[in-house]
Write a protein that binds this ligand. Structure first.
Ligand code: FPP
Length: 249
């Protein structure tokens, strides 16, 4: 653990413990650029990004944030060079395997969302095993969006609902927001309160499009591997300074 992390082990005093987001979503952007800026190959940025992710997860537990959802691989990321895609798939599998004992010790429940059928078979097996083993953990709900696309998720839900209607099990007028959300990959998970995107980019990039209707957005100017507890503290301060009206006055 870095000295920075040790310094901010407990919730900073200028944050209100009663007004923390329950669910934080992140777009972990800038790994490749972080590496290139240091004259390193892009994969080194992804590797450094794992350390950042681990510390953020631990920080959520230390500070009392119940859910963290990260965008690990989008449906568009298959268009990256083959060796980078292969590296990422191997990295996910290796990290999941390596961190399982610690996730159990820290009471982290892990869940993968997305079209998982297209992932390498060995990764799918590791995912299913980690999801099963951690299913009863209660400290932090850690969701990893992998081969995930928000539009694809909505289409997938529409198809399932259309099948139910066609089979005569559902009337179109019974489809309300709650019913629809039950057909998303994220069913059972509350919508994110805060989205953090690193590297200064101001896009949603097809991430949690349904779920983020009222999510507060925070853009951090640092690359993902540099997003430490101090940067998370700033994001939470910004979140607590906002007036969330959900369309009301
Ligand atoms: C975006 O940076 C990052 C990714 C596409 C992958 C992030 C994945 C991890 C940090 C590993 C997570 C591991 C587990 C098991 C959940 P980029 O490559 O788009 O950066 P760039 O914009 O600078 O090119």
């Amino acid at each position: 653990m870095t000295s920075q992390s040790t310094l901010l082990r407990s919730l900073p005093v200028d944050l209100d413990a009663h007004r923390l987001p329950c669910h934080v979503a992140t777009i972990m952007d800038g790994n490749g650029r972080w590496a290139q800026q240091r004259g390193l190959p892009r994969f080194m940025g992804h590797r450094a990004g794992v350390d950042t992710l681990k510390d953020l997860l631990r920080c959520c537990k230390d500070w009392g944030i119940a859910a963290l959802t990260v965008y690990a691989f989008s449906t568009e990321n298959w268009d990256r060079p083959r060796d980078e895609v292969d590296f990422l798939m191997t990295l996910f599998e290796m990290v999941l395997h390596r961190e399982l004992a610690e996730m159990m010790a820290e009471q982290v429940r892990v869940r993968f969302v997305g079209d998982l059928d297209c992932l390498p078979a060995s990764l799918q097996a590791e995912i299913h095993s980690a999801m099963e083993i951690t299913a009863a953990n209660t400290a932090v709900q850690f969701t990893v969006a992998t081969n995930y696309g928000g539009r694809q998720e909505i289409l997938h839900a529409c198809r399932r609902l259309a099948e139910e209607v066609q089979a005569g099990r559902l009337l179109p007028e019974q489809i309300d927001e709650d019913h629809f959300a039950q057909h998303l990959y994220t069913r059972g998970l509350a919508d994110p309160d805060l989205l953090i995107r690193t590297s200064g980019e101001q896009r949603l990039s097809n991430y949690l499009l349904w779920q983020m209707a009222y999510t507060e957005i925070y853009v951090a100017d640092v690359m993902w591997p540099d997003f430490n507890r101090q940067a998370f503290h700033l994001a939470l301060k910004s979140y607590q300074s906002r007036d969330r009206r959900f369309g009301k006055v």
